[in-house]
Design a binder for this molecule. Structure first.
Ligand SMILES: [Zn+2]
Length: 460
């Protein structure tokens, strides 16, 4: 059972007269904060939440990102640079954990970890970096992980991204704007042609509704209609389901960043992809999707279209109308930047994301922080090498053995196999990330299909 099971968020819903679609909803800062939190939740944390038995029931899956998470969990600890690396990917930190601790409702039900000093000074420090084992307090005692959490939680309860007492209009496709515009502006923004009549109702949204809304925002163009009208017993007209990743035209290449090779093993007769082979750098890249958030994906796409509702949510952060409604200007910049939490950035990372810097004032309170001993050899990488991994179209990952070529699941003769070497640079890595969120055939859609000359199709 979720810790937020009893929490309800009240909103006003305006639908068309027949209640077939939501025109817009109106809610307070708590509601806007929960929607904005969709942009900062690490994907691995969302996958973990969706796998919980009390959350799982009959919900659609999101692309095949869950297969990356499950493969990472199934991989033996000996494949990772340390046990702590695996733990850090199993429960990814977010650079917004402090803010999210104040959410009235957190869809991931996440409780940040805190280091506390059990001496008389009783200092607490949120876990800010995957590299820390035990920070040392100014009283020279090692701080212990876990305690101090409740006190900080209660201190922070309230609005986390937006100002107290503000109210917001949210369109069906997740444009957020303050409720202070003029009527004429509203009519233009909402695109009312000649409204045939409208209906208003009060709705209370619970934890499960926001989980549904997160998923609906990824697979429907009308997520609010889908979740709210289902809730009020109306028939829902599904929006267009987005299954294909859209290829970006070009992504700035940084010449100093390493390119990786993915070997695609293809059945020559049927042109079907059997699986791909890659080294630990490729798997590090796939595992690095787990600490990335949807805001991070948007940041990487730099304004190019991805999924309509998520595009709108991200653009709402920069909407000039919303500028004065954030708690501070720093929040807007950080939402825009969507940095990974400190310590997650692999060396030679091909994606154009950065990681959070540690706060400069930290030494005022703590003497020093010892970097993790268990990460000493692992900084900037997740997996030990050299080792080759097998990656299936749905991004299931397993250690590779040559025997798999000769005794493959599809029983294809090795003579009928060909291996294509494809270079994975920033553009391909981004295509793969988008494909992981939108399709079950991520390698075919994200990597092979953009190579139109290869004529390789998706086989169900
Ligand atoms: Zn102390």
């Amino acid at each position: 059972m979720s810790n937020f099971e009893g929490v309800e968020i009240s909103i006003k819903v305006v639908t068309d007269k027949d209640k077939t679609r939501v025109l817009f909803v109106e809610g307070d800062g708590n509601f806007a904060d929960i929607l904005l939190s969709f942009l900062v939740m690490p994907l691995g944390r969302v996958v973990k939440m969706l796998a919980n038995d009390h959350v799982k029931e009959n919900r659609p899956t999101i692309g095949c990102i869950g297969n990356i998470y499950n493969s990472m969990k199934a991989l033996d600890c000996s494949c990772f640079c340390s046990r702590r690396v695996k733990e850090s990917l199993t429960d990814p930190l977010s650079s917004f954990d402090e803010e999210c601790a104040g959410l009235k409702l957190d869809i991931c039900d996440y409780r940040p970890s805190y280091y506390s000093c059990h001496s008389i000074c009783s200092l607490s420090l949120r876990k800010l970096s995957v590299y820390w084992d035990e920070p040392v307090c100014k009283c020279y005692k090692n701080m212990k992980l876990g305690a101090g959490e409740e006190q900080i939680q209660s201190d922070r309860l309230g609005k986390v991204f937006t100002l107290d007492d503000a109210t917001f209009i949210v369109t069906d496709d997740l444009h957020i704007m303050p409720s202070t515009g003029t009527v004429a502006e509203m009519v233009t923004i909402l695109g009312f042609g000649k409204p045939e009549g409208t209906a208003k109702q009060d709705v209370k949204l619970k934890h499960k509704d926001f989980v549904d809304l997160y998923i609906a925002s990824l697979i429907s163009e009308t997520p609010l209609s889908e979740v709210i009208l289902k809730k009020t017993g109306q028939e829902v007209k599904l929006g267009k389901i987005m299954l294909r990743a859209k290829n970006t035209e070009s992504v700035p290449q940084e010449s100093d960043k390493k390119q990786m090779i993915l070997k695609m093993v293809i059945n020559k007769s049927t042109k079907k992809l059997l699986f791909a082979r890659g080294d630990k750098a490729i798997v590090d890249l796939l595992f690095s999707f787990l600490p990335i958030s949807l805001g991070g994906v948007e940041r990487l796409l730099a304004g190019k279209p991805f999924i309509k509702s998520i595009d709108h949510l991200y653009k709402s952060v920069h909407n000039a109308r919303n500028k004065n409604y954030f708690k501070n200007s720093d929040i807007e910049k950080r939402l825009n930047r969507s940095s990974l939490a400190h310590g997650y950035l692999p060396k030679s990372y091909v994606l154009n994301l950065d990681e959070e810097k540690l706060p400069s004032d930290i030494e005022k309170y703590y003497v020093y922080y010892q970097l993790s001993k268990s990460f000493f050899y692992g900084q900037g990488k997740y997996l030990r090498g050299p080792k080759t991994y097998m990656i299936y179209d749905d991004l299931t990952i397993e250690p590779f053995y040559m025997a798999d070529i000769f005794c493959n699941k599809e029983e294809v003769s090795p003579c009928d196999l060909e291996e294509l070497n494809l270079t994975i640079g920033p553009e391909e890595a981004l295509n793969l990330l988008q494909a992981a969120l939108t399709t079950k055939h991520a390698l075919t859609s994200g990597i092979l299909n953009p190579h139109r000359d290869l004529d390789i199709s998706v086989h169900e």
